[in-house]
Design a protein. Structure first.
Length: 81
């Protein structure tokens, strides 16, 4: 699953991005990867590990909701395995 959000150009300050995606790891757990920063920059990356997919998806949706409240807009969302 992937979610790409941004604060569009013209909003207060320079455009920003926030990218969330889930990866299955080698130990049958899940990793939620969060990347964010100003568009055109490398940004920052944090990886959070979860025992099961359900927990990882729940955390992902909570982060998405928090970013939407800050003014981000969902540009791309892909459901997947």
């Amino acid at each position: 699953m992937r979610i790409y959000m941004q604060i569009p150009p013209g909003a207060a300050g320079p455009p920003k991005f926030y990218h969330l995606h889930l990866q299955e790891d080698l130990l049958e757990g899940w990793t939620l990867v969060r990347e964010w920063g100003f568009q055109g920059s490398g940004g920052r990356v944090i990886r959070d590990h979860y025992v099961d997919r359900e927990s990882a998806e729940k955390a992902m949706m909570a982060i998405r909701d928090a970013q939407l409240k800050k003014g981000y807009q969902v540009v791309f969302m892909q459901a997947g395995s």
